[in-house]
Design a protein around this ligand. Sequence first.
Ligand SMILES: NC(=O)c1ccc[n+]([C@@H]2O[C@H](COP(=O)([O-])OP(=O)(O)OC[C@H]3O[C@@H](n4cnc5c(N)ncnc54)[C@H](OP(=O)(O)O)[C@@H]3O)[C@@H](O)[C@H]2O)c1
Length: 242
Amino acid sequence: MEDLTGKVAVVTGASSGIGEAAARLLAAEGVHVILSARRRERIEALAQELGDKATAVVADVTDADQVHALFDTVRARFGGLDLLFNNAGLGVFGRFTDSTPEDWRRMIDANIYGVLNCTHAAIPLMKERPGAMISSVSSTGGRYGIEGWSVYSATKFAIVGFHDALRKELGLEGIRVSVIEPGAVWTEFGHNVPEEALRERRANLDALTAADVAQALVYAFAQHPRVLVEEILVRPVKQVAP
Ligand SMILES: NC(=O)c1ccc[n+]([C@@H]2O[C@H](COP(=O)([O-])OP(=O)(O)OC[C@H]3O[C@@H](n4cnc5c(N)ncnc54)[C@H](OP(=O)(O)O)[C@@H]3O)[C@@H](O)[C@H]2O)c1
């Protein structure tokens, strides 16, 4: 494994769940982490806890201007970027026939436009940085359609397709493009699923912790720059389907 000391990472959705866990683990590995999300108080508290290993920058990934401001800050403060962790995202649960265009738009904006906005702004900062990596969080729902999550699944399938094409565009420049597809994880995700049902499902599956997923990210990032861990599907062993 490579030494990550002094690397620079942007983590979107760092205010909770997988993003927060990734930020903690990266900082523990010596990476300077730019924590981004909409909830200022959460990322500022985490930045304070992580000390000189973290900087908080509020941004809504669906807003291209805010995303540009975020990466302008990265350029001004650090001169470049080694890791973009496109983790921010959301899912609205429900049968497709009961869903609304507003639900679709929220998921498409955060899960697709968010990744596109951040990736587009980040790539110029990743040139000539050995081992630079773009990692985006898809889902097992990005590999298999999941009942009740049809539009969410569509957005996560889109990320897998986008990354496969982007990998071919950026590989010869040495920029690694990688996808993580988690199964069930104990986080705040699933805001409109009845709380008891969500807790029961995660308990029955012995769901992953956010730190388990963070380990997968760091595993991929800490490989030698010639090594691309292209895709990691990581699920609770008891989640046998889908
Ligand atoms: N938990 C699971 O079972 C599971 C499984 C597979 C994949 N995933 C994926 O994992 C990723 C992280 O989710 P999580 O499970 O850690 O859930 P979470 O605790 O709800 O975290 C979601 C994060 O995304 C951020 N976010 C949402 N919309 C945003 C926006 N427009 N701009 C900026 N940040 C935004 C939230 O921050 P703010 O609200 O502060 O902006 C929050 O930090 C998501 O992409 C999700 O689809 C989760």
